[in-house]
Write a protein that binds this ligand. Structure first.
Ligand code: C2O
Ligand code: CU
Ligand code: CU
Length: 433
């Protein structure tokens, strides 16, 4: 456990050059010149002060603290741009109980998708004051990004197909590298935090070693739960314990997942090796057991209001070519329009209905929610565990019901986290009063 105090850092969004392939220089945007940006680790109770310098050529940017319980005016919203050549300091407190796997990325109006795929994203881990997970497991952050390289080493701009489906790249990188290698002694357990920081790639994953889910976006579950595979939609995070129970290489790899695709050419998902852990013959010394209770989660209940959000896609040919609309309740995002007004401290039931032809991961700013029900073809099911989340996949034809409470006043975004869809309008504003 860290000592609560003042956590200060500086993040500069700037141009940099990275060598992903032999002999090719790739221009990127990076926080402090790296992609992903520096791993930020603070502790519950800390006061955070992060100075952001925007050095991106001729662009506005912001930093949004994805999933974190920060005041609305410190959250890097589209209406609070930071012009190139200027700085601002974001400051907020990390309340008790806020430990979790968050991240940070820009959120400037209309430019989020491009700034993120060019490299601006990083992990922000908030540690609890007392951690029930044995320190001997380590704590390894794995940030997945999705790279597309042209023959000259540059990252091509988004095409029409990218805007429709979301940009899916050619190489999934882990902490900026292709198939990095780690080592572990035989018999050990390791803790991993998995981040889907891609714009639009769904990651259905499995490990060649037993996996146990211990946490989601907003921190630990009540109890560990074994899993053969996991699905991480864009922006989701999971915490896993992996037991390296036999010597030899154990890989983290992808399985196929059909998330709906417009037009031909859905890029293949299956069979990518993301990470290889070389498990040695030498056994680990003593491996502390994983506790069977992690922390209590208070179930949200008795919603005062219920609301409905319907996702649709529209496609129309006109004189300018194909016009696409990605809509919530029939409307595209307008920065100057408040879509709904909510009361701080009141529990609400949100019903998110996907009437479109693709899956859309739904995300809300400023708080964590609890999924209570999924419905598909008239079949209602409950999630396998109670969890705090800020992003949930809503598969095509599915309805997801969730409970949430916003505790801090101000405007908050909710949107599809396929960032090209967010850009094309699948976003709204809830004003919390
Ligand atoms: Cu990852 Cu609007 O955010
Ligand atoms: Cu967010
Ligand atoms: Cu979407």
């Amino acid at each position: 456990a860290g000592t609560p105090g003042l956590f200060k850092a500086k993040l500069t969004a700037e141009s940099a050059t990275v060598r992903f392939a032999e002999g090719l220089d790739t221009p990127i945007l990076g926080y402090n010149g790296t992609s992903p940006g520096p791993l930020i680790e603070a502790t519950e109770g800390d006061r955070v002060e992060i100075t952001f310098a925007n050095r991106i050529p001729e662009e506005t940017s912001t930093i949004h603290w994805h999933g974190m319980p920060v005041p609305a005016d410190q959250d890097g919203n589209p209406m609070d741009p930071v012009a190139t050549g200027t700085e601002r300091t974001y400051s907020f407190e990390l309340p008790e109980g806020s430990a979790g796997s968050y991240w940070y990325h820009p959120h400037p109006h209309g430019k989020t998708a491009e700034q993120v795929y060019r490299g601006l994203a990083g992990a922000f881990v908030v540690k609890p004051k007392a951690d029930p997970i044995p320190a001997a497991y380590g704590d390894t952050v794995l940030v997945f990004t999705d790279l597309r390289l042209a023959a000259d080493g540059t990252m091509p701009d988004n095409t029409m197909v990218d805007l429709m489906n979301g940009r899916v790249g050619d190489h999934v990188l882990v902490n900026g590298q292709k198939n990095p290698r780690l080592a572990a002694p035989f018999g050990t357990k390791r803790r991993f935090r998995l981040y889907n920081a891609t714009n639009a790639r769904f990651l259905r994953l499995s490990f060649e070693a037993p996996m146990t889910v211990i946490g989601t976006d907003g921190g630990l579950l009540e109890a560990p739960i074994a899993a053969d595979e996991i699905l991480l939609s864009p922006a989701e995070r999971l915490e896993l314990i992996v037991s390296f129970d036999k010597p030899g290489p154990a890989t983290l790899y992808t399985l196929d997942y059909d998330r709906g695709w417009m037009g031909a050419g859905r890029p293949p998902d299956a069979g990518l090796t993301l990470l290889t852990v070389n498990v040695s013959e030498t056994p680990a010394e003593s491996v502390p057991p994983l506790p069977d209770k992690l922390r209590p989660i208070a179930q949200l209940s008795a919603p005062a209001v219920s609301r409905r959000f319907v996702f649709t896609e529209t496609m129309a040919m006109n004189a300018n070519g194909m016009e696409m609309g990605f809509l919530i309740n029939g409307a595209a995002f307008d920065m100057n329009r408040v879509d709904i007004v909510a009361k701080a401290g009141e529990v609400e039931l949100w019903e998110v209905i996907n009437k479109a032809d693709m899956d859309h991961p739904f995300h809300v700013h400023g708080t964590q929610f609890q999924v209570v029900e999924n419905e598909r073809d008239g079949q209602v099911s409950k999630p396998a565990y109670l969890a705090w989340k800020d992003t949930v996949n809503v598969a095509r034809g599915e309805t997801v019901r969730l409970l949430l409470r916003q505790d801090r006043p101000g405007p908050r975004m909710y949107h599809c986290h396929i960032l090209e869809h967010e850009q094309l309008g699948m976003m709204g504003i809830v004003d919390v009063q």
